[in-house]
Design a protein around this ligand. Sequence first.
Ligand SMILES: [Zn+2]
Length: 89
Amino acid sequence: MPTQCKSCNGIYEKTQRDGTLYFHACAPVANPAYQPDPTKPNFDTVETIERAQKRDENIDDSPAAATAAGRDKNPNAPLPIKAAGRGTQ
Ligand SMILES: [Zn+2]
């Protein structure tokens, strides 16, 4: 069953065709502060920034996240994702 990210509206499957898990992270967006005039020769759409409310389902394995998850008492405590964003539906 597909999952839709409420931050970027991207639709994806949590399990890929080869059986491996997919951890969604929203793609960056064009940075309006650095977009030159599209009528000028040096127009560049490569300048990007992370979107507000970005979702990143990759595991946060930072020491702070491990401590917050209680890994000091339970080494198998699940680690959180990096950013929940606006969630999924
Ligand atoms: Zn997303």
